[in-house]
Design a protein. Sequence first.
Length: 209
Amino acid sequence: MHNKEQIDIETINEISQEDLQAYGTNFVDIYGDYFVHESILEFNEFQDYLQKSKGKPYYIPSQEELLNYKDDLYFERNKEFEVLLKYLTDNIFEGDRDTAEGVCDDIQGICQHGFSVKQIFNLFNIRNIVFDSEDQVSEIMNLVKDLANNTRLWENNGHTPNELNERIEVPSLRESPKNPNQRTVGKKIGRNEPCPCGSGKKYKKCCLK
């Protein structure tokens, strides 16, 4: 589609695992009739992803964008990522952009693979991130939600949740917690305190697990 010289199905069928390795594509395996990222196979998630993506339209990137994915660590740094990065740099890490970028990269990874509010709060706790106010918690989680809803997902055949929602009815847009618990503000969360994810459970029996 992107190149003048087209490839036919016979040529694709002749591609072997050895061919992929020869081209330096070490993160893709052939599984039945599919080219599959090795991490999906490693965690036995192939059928799960196949079921979740069933019936969804495919996202077709530009040729320039497609070639970026030759780097297995590449992800699309969209405006939502940059907004979150700036907020964390200015308001949480006192201008330390490198540290803020590391946290944003971790958040991006969570958004790409099994997003949950619990994982986000686990990350904040591991990073010893404290907040100035409940409003700040809400602001950050809204920015995280925006990033999650604009992150390209394998289960959406490359579409972001927002893009897919515009094309078909998808009730699974990621929501930030409505009432972040006040005990997340300005101190590390105690094991017996209410969990900041808003579940109502004690922290040790929820996000600390």
